[in-house]
Design a protein around this ligand. Structure first.
Ligand code: SF4
Length: 329
């Protein structure tokens, strides 16, 4: 690991000033991803600005009836919060489906959004990787890619986004709040991760030096009827092959509201708006759930070794929606 400076500011403005204009500076949250990448020298920051002592911890009510999650709130605290469990259960389930208890005790909400892909070639400096070294190529496209993307990928990168939490946040129309020295800003999560295109190294739209301060969850009538399910290769401590965060309101056999987001399939949480439009005001039946999944997945472009994800995603979407329909009717 290379030497770095370390700062522990007490105020947001102080943190922003320490990072401003220093391309080698990084904010340090729980460190559960960044420190690993520093050990392998994939990340070599010259300065770490520890944000865990900033006043950004905790969960409170938003003026519109939603919730505000402070950026340094740990994943464990978000998952265990009674109002998250009651009003956004899929968010709590998604967090608990990720990592391990020890990691969730350290990892922060802001850091969770910024974690890097777990593509093995990204973590191996001996391999070409456009995300790590722009223009060097993508070893995964012709290499081992059974758990890579089937939606929205480009010839420059086929990696998936690793976060479970972000999938649930995408389903709930979460908004990311951040600060720069210019002031406070917000952006819907749906616009936070740009399409991969020819710049896979550009993983978010955050400007240089920006600090995530909070994530808000808008009030929602359908979010209490939500569920997160994740299929992975072992029972714990594994990233998703496919995951589904869904919320569904069915009344007298008709779908009144549906929210669906998919994980493990793309470079960002994939909001399934095509499937949602198929479901809207239609019958809440297994046939319709399958038709909605098929409509969404018609855009899938599997690689040589991950065609199984299309079937897996279709079956998982249908299963989650069927479970929610049986529960809400
Ligand atoms: Fe790198 Fe993306 Fe290719 Fe993986 S899929 S090797 S992260 S460019």
């Amino acid at each position: 690991m290379k030497e770095f400076a370390y700062d522990r500011p007490a105020q947001v403005r102080e943190a922003l000033t320490l990072v401003a204009g220093n391309a080698g500076a990084r904010y340090l949250g729980g460190g559960t991803n960044l420190v690993d990448l520093m050990k392998s020298e994939i990340e070599t920051p010259s300065r770490l600005v520890d944000v865990r002592h900033l006043p950004l911890d905790g969960i409170h009510e938003a003026p519109d009836g939603g919730l505000v999650i402070g950026a340094t709130t740990t994943n464990s605290d978000v998952a265990a919060h009674p109002e998250v469990r009651r009003r956004y259960p899929a968010l709590s389930q998604a967090i608990l489906a990720g990592a391990s208890g020890q990691l969730r005790n350290m990892a922060t909400a802001g850091g969770n959004l910024l974690q890097r892909t777990r593509c093995a070639y990204f973590a191996d400096p001996s391999e070409p990787c456009n995300k790590r070294v722009p223009g060097s190529g993508c070893a995964a496209i012709t290499g081992e890619h059974h758990n890579h993307a089937i939606l929205g990928w480009s010839d420059h990168c086929v990696a998936t986004h690793p976060s479970d939490m972000a999938v649930a946040l995408a389903a709930f129309d979460a908004v990311v709040h951040y600060e720069t020295l210019d002031g406070v800003h917000e952006i819907p999560l749906s616009e936070f991760y740009p399409p991969v295109g020819d710049t896979p190294q550009q993983e978010t739209v955050l400007p240089p030096g920006a600090l995530i301060t909070a994530v808000t969850l808008p009030a929602s009538a359908v979010s209490p009827r939500s569920r997160y399910r994740k299929v992975r290769e072992r029972a714990s401590y594994a990233f998703a092959n496919v995951s589904v965060a869904a919320a569904l309101d069915v009344h007298e056999g008709t779908v009144r509201g549906a929210r669906i987001a998919l994980g493990g399939l793309a470079s960002r949480p994939w909001r399934a708006r095509v499937a949602e439009s198929v479901l809207r005001d239609g019958p809440g039946t297994a046939d319709m759930f399958r038709a909605a999944a098929d409509a969404e997945l018609s855009a899938a472009r599997p690689l040589n070794d991950n065609g199984y994800k299309v079937t897996l995603a279709r079956n998982l979407i249908e299963a989650v929606l069927t479970e929610l329909a049986e529960r809400t009717e």
